[in-house]
Design a protein around this ligand. Structure first.
Ligand SMILES: [Zn+2]
Length: 173
């Protein structure tokens, strides 16, 4: 869907004030067919602490690309996807214990579950057996799936195990 901001902002510095419209003139606030800006910038931590989690120009463009890739995941699974974390600015990322090099900080990763499709492992397996192009897919302790995109497409498949607050990653074959 073609979208434009009524305010014609170029920097996307304050997307909360943006009004995204589809070509039919209705407000959509959608980044892609299935995903909205809110879904991909939600952070319970940021909301609770009153920290803003607003993407700037390049991050916003990355989010649009990420949303398009997530549409492919949505089509692959055929069921609704529940995003727990998409974009995290450095302050939010640090606060939630994310890695400093996390692709979440550039809007190129999404954490999600899809319970109507199956367990985290089943979703993880569906993605790694698909023809989807991605950088990293991680089964995060059977709690959620992390899917990272980006310039690299390493197709890395990892399983994270958490112990005493630390994550250990092993390659899944
Ligand atoms: Zn993640």
């Amino acid at each position: 869907m073609q979208q434009y901001c009524q305010a014609s902002c170029r920097t996307y510095r304050n997307p909360n004030r943006h009004r995204w419209f589809g070509t039919d003139g209705t407000q959509v606030n959608k980044l892609s067919k299935y995903f909205t800006l809110e879904e991909l910038t939600v952070s319970q931590y940021a909301t609770r602490k009153g920290i803003s989690n607003i993407p700037t120009g390049q991050e916003m463009l990355n989010l649009v690309a990420t949303a398009a890739k997530m549409d492919e995941v949505r089509k692959l699974l055929g069921k609704p996807i529940y995003v727990s974390s998409g974009f995290r600015n450095p302050a939010v990322n640090l606060a939630v214990g994310g890695s400093a090099t996390s692709s979440h900080t550039s809007g190129l990763a999404v954490d999600f579950v899809c319970p109507e499709y199956g367990s985290v492992k089943e979703v993880f397996d569906a993605i790694r057996k698909s023809s989807l192009r991605y950088d990293q897919v991680i089964n995060e302790g059977d709690d959620w799936v992390h899917l990272g995109f980006g310039r690299q497409q390493r197709l890395q498949q990892l399983k994270a195990t958490f112990s005493k607050g630390r994550a250990t990653y092993e390659v899944v074959k």
